[in-house]
Design a protein around this ligand. Structure first.
Ligand SMILES: Nc1ncnc2c1ncn2[C@@H]1O[C@H](COP(=O)(O)OP(=O)(O)OP(=O)(O)O)[C@@H](O)[C@H]1O
Length: 341
């Protein structure tokens, strides 16, 4: 039987008033992708923070490559071959892609001189593996959020880690970037790397993971192979009760029109019209490149509008800046918030 490269057993961790981990366990196998699943607050992040030494555990055991161990912090665990790719990016927009990848561990010659051409060449190789079409000399700030996430992944690859933890890695990625990420995950799997994949997107879990561990209220609920389980079982394990329907159909009670888009045109968008009523969820669908993102960007003023009207609660708006649009329309997209920052 395949032995885990990393084993967290019966980990306990309490914060004042909260038992974040209550005998949580996780096995990571070489050459396999382990999904870590659980509702918000189930303890996934805390478990990863205990693993990488950000938090010390109250009790339990951590075994890595067959030996009981503990890490003093992320640098220590990274040096031992465990990398974590966080949701929040830890990159510096003013530096180039290569500078970000090798920050703090620049390649130098015997005299301490930085070997720029070697660094750029290696960074370019990593970017090519991830299908990122930018030179490693490009300032990071010129990249989209998804591309910046790919740089974070390139950085983890540069450590040649034995275990890589990916925390909601596809949240900011486009469909094409997600495909590139999945092909790299397959490559890493073939090379024997163990991957922990944290995501709330069940479809992705069934597509890319081999095994699944479920946590609930800080407790280990179970480990399953992807082949032997289905979505309903996982949801039941996560929430602790049987669900008749994942998303029960609720008929919308339509109020008055809150947003009206009339004959809107701009980059990638040609004569689009729709109305959105209060109490309604409007789906915008289309193939990659159909102009969905561009449409939203024109509405909130991040891309220039050529013609057409945007009417919010009966008033025509013409945001000439993201900040102004923010004041008028409540946009709750991670990507938009980051673009405004
Ligand atoms: N630093 C902290 N201080 C106090 N309580 C904390 C701290 N970090 C986490 N918790 C609590 O521990 C529990 C587990 O949180 P954790 O963030 O690990 O869950 P999670 O599964 O990662 O959730 P999410 O999917 O929302 O990130 C929660 O009740 C949370 O409020």
């Amino acid at each position: 039987m395949l032995q885990p490269i990393l084993q967290l057993s019966e980990i306990e961790k309490a914060f004042p008033g909260v038992k974040a981990l209550d005998k949580a366990s996780l096995n990571v196998y070489p050459g396999k992708v382990m999904a870590l699943l659980g509702e918000n607050g189930a303890g996934k992040s805390t478990l990863m923070k205990v693993l990488t030494g950000i938090y010390s555990k109250d009790s339990g055991e951590l075994r890595y490559q067959g030996e009981e161990t503990g890490f003093k912090g992320p640098r220590d665990s990274q040096q031992a071959g465990i990398s974590i790719i966080h949701q929040e990016l830890n990159l510096i927009p003013e530096l180039t892609i290569a500078e970000n990848i090798f920050l703090g561990r620049e390649k130098t010659n015997a005299f301490g001189r930085i070997l720029w051409s070697e660094m750029y060449a290696e960074a370019d190789r990593l970017l090519a593996r991830l299908n990122v079409k930018h030179s490693a000399k490009t300032p990071l700030g010129e990249l989209s959020l998804g591309e910046q996430q790919m740089v974070e992944i390139a950085k983890a690859l540069s450590f040649e880690s034995k275990v890589i933890i990916m925390d909601e890695p596809t949240d900011a990625l486009t469909d094409t970037e997600t495909e590139s990420l999945f092909s790299v995950i397959n490559e890493l799997r073939e090379q024997g790397c163990g991957i922990v994949y944290i995501s709330h997107r069940l479809k992705e879990i069934f597509e890319i993971c081999d095994d699944i561990t479920v946590l609930r209220d800080g407790k280990f609920i179970g480990q399953r192979t992807v082949a032997e389980t289905d979505e309903d079982t996982l949801i039941e394990m996560m929430v602790g009760r049987k669900l008749d329907e994942q998303y029960p159909r609720i008929d919308a009670v339509h109020g008055k029109t809150s947003l009206e888009v009339k004959n809107l045109s701009g980059t990638g968008v040609d004569n689009v019209s729709f109305t959105l009523d209060q109490g309604e969820i409007l789906g915008v669908s289309g193939l990659m490149g159909a102009g969905r993102t561009e449409l939203m960007k024109i509405i909130y003023g991040a891309l220039k509008r050529q013609s057409g009207d945007v009417i919010l609660n009966g008033k025509t708006i013409n945001p000439d800046s993201l900040k102004k649009a923010w004041q008028t329309v409540l946009l709750t997209s991670q990507r938009i918030v980051k673009e405004m920052a």
